[in-house]
Design a protein. Structure first.
Length: 360
């Protein structure tokens, strides 16, 4: 696969839909100097469905879908002979397959974007320990990799980022018809947060809009005038967020797996996408988020629904302050928190780890 002038050849396995973090990372890596890259689009082999009937059928066929995916990856490994196999998350790639790829002399890397390798089934949990290198988006994973999860392979952190093609807006928004917007998958933790926020602001009339999977079936738990939409992807996702005077950025902190509490998120993709989109946003306060942004001048933060409500009521009538915060957060994030910047860090970790193995 490697052509003259290319330092490293990569086969990349991940989702390909517009706005997915995997696609953004693959495209960013392809623009890095010295990289030759090809891919296998995971979502062509592992379909996702929302209806109960199709999801049941999908579960029954899952093993066949995974087998087809691995056959496609194996075919490209044989024909292209890449130096590196990068798998983004990799719920469809087995431990046995990674072991076989390593016997071919391929350096195997997992870019892991989620809170716990134990949360997505036994197949992923077992495979995660076989990669030569894991590059996690979570700042707590390198320390927890052995102590909490029991792995012996190397784990480093490269945080999430925003995709310039999807999330970057050079100008601040003009008209903002909604007071508060939220774009996030439904979770019990987020449900409790927003219900507490609704109670704390029950004496005022707010135009609130919530987007993401799972919310529309639970809208009866919230004020009647709140609007609930389904999932938002691509450019429409950031347009939705820019329509709000204030965006809320929740973080999934309550992680319990097999009745055991595990570390939760300290940031998310929203942490960077909102700033790139020139949004004023209020972020869940975490130790890492306080390193990423300054609370006093870039991104105000909250601990609970009462503090969140207080911040919303403080900043809602103060447009000039909101715009100053949004501009400062934008300046902080662009371009340092972009996925192209993160891709350079990923590539640096891959090169260092691979070179160390080759010189042993």
């Amino acid at each position: 696969m490697k052509r003259a002038g290319h330092e490293v050849s990569i086969l990349f396995v991940g989702e390909s839909w517009n706005g997915s973090s995997a696609r953004s990372m693959r495209e960013a890596l392809s623009r890095c100097e010295g990289v030759e890259i090809d891919d296998v689009c995971e979502d062509h082999y592992l379909p996702k469905h929302r209806s109960i009937q199709l999801r049941a059928i999908n579960r029954a066929l899952r093993s066949f879908h995974r087998k087809e995916l691995e056959i496609a990856v194996q075919s490209k490994l044989e024909s292209l002979e890449p130096d590196v196999l990068i798998v983004y998350k990799g719920t469809g790639v087995s431990n046995d397959f990674i072991q076989k790829a390593k016997t071919r002399g391929v350096f195997t890397v997992n870019v892991f974007p989620d809170h716990s390798p134990n949360a997505y089934g036994d197949a992923l949990r077992m495979a995660m320990g076989s990669y030569d290198l894991v590059i996690s988006t979570k700042p707590y994973h390198p320390d927890a990799w052995c102590k909490t999860y029991g792995y012996t392979n190397r784990c480093v952190c490269v945080p999430h980022g925003y995709d310039p093609a999807v999330h970057l807006w050079d100008e601040p928004p003009r008209e903002q018809p909604f007071d508060v917007v939220v774009a996030a998958n439904w979770r019990e933790e987020y449900d409790q947060l927003l219900r507490g926020f609704a109670r704390a602001t029950s004496n005022v009339r707010l135009k609130v809009r919530v987007a993401g999977p799972g919310w529309t079936t639970r809208k009866t738990n919230f004020p009647e005038d709140w609007e609930f939409l389904g999932p938002m992807h691509g450019r429409s996702y950031t347009k939705f967020l820019r329509d709000g005077k204030i965006a809320i950025a929740p973080v999934h902190t309550r992680v319990v797996i097999a009745n055991q509490r595990q570390p939760g998120d300290e940031d998310s993709t929203r942490t960077y996408e909102l700033a790139a989109a020139h949004c004023f946003f209020l972020h869940k306060r975490t130790s890492f988020a306080r390193i990423v942004y300054d609370e006093a001048s870039e991104v105000p933060m909250w601990n609970d629904s009462e503090e969140l409500a207080s911040l919303v009521m403080h900043y809602l009538p103060r447009e000039s302050e909101r715009r100053a915060f949004a501009a400062a957060a934008h300046a902080r994030a662009v371009p340092d928190y972009s996925i192209p910047s993160r891709a350079l860090q990923v590539l640096d970790h891959v090169r260092q780890a691979r070179n160390a193995r080759l010189t042993r």
